[in-house]
Write a protein that binds this ligand. Sequence first.
Ligand code: ZN
Length: 529
Amino acid sequence: MTRTLYRGGRVFTASDPAFVESFVVDGDRIVCAGPAAGALAADEVVELGDGLVVPGFIDAHAHLLMLGDALGQVSLTDARSLGEIQRRIRAAREVSGGAVRGRGWLFDSVPGGAPTAAMLDEAVADVPVYLDANDYHSCWINSAALAELGITRETPDPVGGRIGRTPDGEPDGMLYETAAQQFAWAHRDATATDAQRDAAVERVVAAYLASGVTGAVDMAFDEYGLAAFARAAEQGAMPLRVAAHWFVGNADDDAENLAQVARAAELAATATPGVDVIGIKLILDGTIDACTAAMGAPYANGENAGPIWPTERLLPIVAAADRAGLQIAMHAIGDAASTLALDAIEHAMRVNGDRPRRHRIEHLEYAAPETATRMARLGVTASMQPVHADPAIFANWAAQLGDERVGRGFAWSEFEEAGAVLAFSTDAPTAPHEALANMYVASTRASALEPGLPAVQPHRALPLERALAHATRDAAASIGAGSDRGRIEVGCVADFAVLDAEPFAQGAEALLTARVVRTVIGGRTRFEA
Ligand SMILES: [Zn+2]
């Protein structure tokens, strides 16, 4: 085994002490960290220079195949007008043989915030166009795509979703929530080839390694991902540590829902190559941006949305998954949804009694004032995404609520103060996957998407030290890997990233220009700039 001494830099440990200058890796583990490291005999010495070493980032909530797919699509997040969106899809049509796929567009880039198929037909009418919204809770398609999916005025809305319609009842080109899942994305999944999925896995691995990410949690895993990660592992092409929550959709039938939980339990009980299935994922509501998150009080427009999972369907699923020892992750953006999630967990605890459990709530963008303490008491992890509070996308979010609730949005410190585990992630591809950009938003509340914008609610920014710990140490804890991952500490696996800048000394702005120059997983350098 090779023993390597890393020395002469600044090392953030996410442990105590928070900083050391050197550490030693032997095989796949850290065997010494701190002043004594220099005295240990080593086969190899790496000089760290002026940069910073951090524990490898663990993207505790992401969608890996979708991200890999998105990295190969037309990017529309910075296309801030309809004309620009049309220009980009026209250009993509010129080089694409089939359908045009794009992602990341924002509602406020479209006139009146109301996209239509006709707007896309003006640019591309001869092949289907599928454009996933920035939050991936809706899909905007052209007339050729409506025809390809067979959606007509007679097509009913699916449970938990809606087909956008003109006043006279014709489909208008928008698919919301489960309508996007069951039509656009199901069609994409069913028609994608293994080769396309393998290419997506390759892109996501390369993108993460270059960002200092050493582990990720796939937050809506399915049979396609399972097969794709197995193929990558067989080819020795899966260096990331990947955990996964199996997606359980509400089939509006208890037996069908329970069968999905049983499949997750079966996968969790067996070794699956390239990925570790640890739990299930339930989507309880939509997003505040699209007014589909379930709120305790209505939106500014007077409307509200109910949860995607009604209580009577949710309780048996959560109880069954808890009984099977699965981790339950529930997407809950609105306060009514997170309250429902905690009710379901309390119900499971009542019926299943004392047992080890590590459940989590995803996003928590606007939670009820008592939610943080309730989560700490129940041992539920708060899984939050600083990049979702980026000022570039905050205005639309705030306008939908339109009242004093805006001041308690993305209240990360409430969960810290209550004593809940707070794990930071990116939810890529709903936001950029770059860990350093995420840390910039977390530690400034300023924009990584449009760096000139003023910070929003800067008093809610966290010190960089705490933000980094939530994205490493606490992200590891959120998946039950806290004993030997997420820190640079004796006994931990040697997963870390070396940056070419030192943002603690240089200021948070350095996070926007810093580059990852080395990513090490289990003692092996997997990326070097
Ligand atoms: Zn997600």
